[in-house]
Design a protein around this ligand. Structure first.
Ligand code: CA
Length: 231
């Protein structure tokens, strides 16, 4: 069975253009023209992935994302017209899995959808051991519950923020380049938009505050020090 993609986009030419590319890539496609229809189709047609435009005529795309997330883990790729929205999208505590800025190359959209779905399938099949827990200083990260606490207080991280923190903690003492992080956390196999990594690190620092263990290695990437601070 072909995987089903729900495209949420009010601009008809973009919706049909994206739809054509996805059908050529052998996906099933559903289209929703506004937020209300998106919520209904997300519920009724059980898509494997949602491509969600930020600017919709009725309900804001961010609100649609939040509402879908409240009942489903379906991967969501947001489309946005303005660079300024990126912080808002990745900062969402119920975050989207990925985003693309318009105008985008439809081949890149298809490539990202493939990698998101591949990762989703891998997680379903193998997943991380549910008991996997890592601690670093005051931070405790639980892969099974997908929960992060700082000194026992829970911190809400978006899915990619969680995965990024996990990846860095899992390689503590090692420097990971932005491209390595893109590949490991986002599944890109090409050199992508590394600003995504920087924006997510910024969000981690904002949310974890002084306890954020992620250090910038100038000109290279990011790392978590070997030794946790004594708390
Ligand atoms: Ca739109």
């Amino acid at each position: 069975m072909a995987e089903k993609i729900l495209i949420v986009e009010d601009e008809r030419n973009i919706a049909s253009f994206v739809s054509m590319y996805l059908k050529n890539a052998r996906y099933q496609v559903e289209i929703a023209r506004d937020g209300g229809e998106a919520l209904m189709k997300a519920e009724n047609t059980k898509p494997d992935l949602v491509v969600l435009d930020l600017m919709l005529p009725d309900i804001d795309g961010l609100e649609v994302c939040r509402q879908i997330r409240s009942s489903s883990d379906v991967p969501i790729l947001m489309l946005t017209a303005r660079d300024d929205d990126i912080d808002k999208i990745v900062g969402l505590e119920v975050g989207a899995d990925d985003y693309l800025t318009k105008p985008f190359n439809p081949r890149e959209l298809v490539a990202r959808i493939k990698s998101i779905l591949r990762r989703a399938t891998q997680t379903q099949k193998s997943g991380r051991p549910p008991e996997a827990v890592m601690e670093h200083g005051a931070i405790k990260i639980d892969a099974g519950r997908r929960e992060v606490t700082v000194s026992g207080d829970q911190v809400q991280l978006a899915p990619k923020e969680f995965d990024l923190l996990w990846e860095l903690l899992d390689h503590r003492g090692l420097v990971l380049t932005r491209d390595q992080l893109l590949e490991r956390v986002w599944g890109y196999t090409f050199a992508g938009d590394t600003r995504t990594v920087d924006v997510h690190v910024r969000q981690l620092r904002r949310k974890l505050g002084d306890e954020c263990p992620v250090a910038t290695v100038w000109g290279v990437g990011y790392k978590v020090a070997d030794d946790a601070p004594v708390t």
